[in-house]
Ligand binder design. Structure first.
Ligand code: F6R
Length: 263
């Protein structure tokens, strides 16, 4: 795992967008794993700018989102399909046939989860997976005690997640209590993971996820097992980390990061 600390949330999101840009330019058929949530909105803004101003082309890539609420139609303003269309897909002129999210309205949810895993495999697996982190340490909707080998399945949302996401619903009574999510094991199979966390409210959980013991109570700790995982944080989210001198040294000195110094 590598940790990169940027001065603020804008710089952190810009770096994530620049890394995605580099991967996409070197492989236009990239299979890109996507996340939703407030943190990611900035990343999508930067990607949309790169599309409009620097011709970043998403037309050949495939996208797979981490999760979708159970019981919401695509048109529902709280659904992740709605979020993705609005913040990203429509803005970068993506062919929606190349964009994949679990179907939270499927009559057989278990079959839908299997179908989603197979579809990911059918495209050769995910090359680059974008991740956020919840207050209780979830990645995707892998709530506490998610098996570290879990695959796409239905999860009940934890009280901390309900508290975090309910205010985002125009009508809070419509907030679903369950979601389909890629499993921790599904995420660990992605070839590269990029986790973005910004703001002091994430400082505690980032310190646990990066420097704490691996535990299914905090599914993000499983990323310590991943061979190519980069955690990008701003100063606020880095506040409780112990190893910051080392992390800063790596970013300043490793050749891989040279081209991103001014990103
Ligand atoms: C959403 C997802 C979640 C969020 C996490 C952080 O697709 O997978 O794990 O990334 O809950 O959400 P924000 O950015 O709203 O704090």
């Amino acid at each position: 795992m590598e940790v990169i600390i940027r001065p603020d949330a804008e710089a952190a999101a810009r770096l994530v967008a620049r890394i995605i840009e580099k991967e996409l330019r070197s492989n236009p058929h990239l299979v890109l794993g996507l996340a939703t949530g407030q943190t990611m909105e900035r990343v999508y803004r930067y990607l949309v700018n790169l599309h409009r101003e620097e011709n970043l082309d998403f037309s050949l890539c495939q996208t797979f989102n981490l999760d979708e609420y159970v019981g919401l139609a695509a048109e529902h303003p709280g659904s992740y399909r709605h979020y993705m269309n609005r913040h990203f897909f429509h803005q970068v002129e993506m062919d929606l046939r190349n964009t994949h999210l679990p179907n939270g309205l499927a009559s057989d949810l278990d079959a839908e989860c299997d179908r989603y895993e197979k579809r990911i495999e059918g495209f050769g697996g995910i090359d680059l997976q974008l991740l956020g982190i919840g207050q209780a340490g979830h990645i995707g909707f892998n709530e506490p005690l998610s098996a570290l080998q879990s695959r796409t399945r239905v999860k009940a949302l934890a009280p901390a997640t309900l508290a975090q996401n309910t205010p985002l619903f125009p009508d809070p009574t419509e907030m679903p209590h369950r979601a389909i999510t890629m499993g921790v094991g599904t995420i660990l199979r992605c070839r590269r993971c990029l986790l973005l966390a910004t703001g002091e409210s994430k400082a505690d959980i980032i310190a646990k996820a990066v420097e704490g013991p691996i535990t299914s109570m905090i599914s993000a700790t499983a990323l310590q097992l991943h061979t190519r995982c980069t955690v990008i944080v701003d100063e606020g989210a880095a506040e409780r980390l112990q190893g910051t001198d080392y992390y800063r040294w790596i970013f300043a000195n490793e050749p891989e990061w040279k081209e991103f110094q001014d990103a």
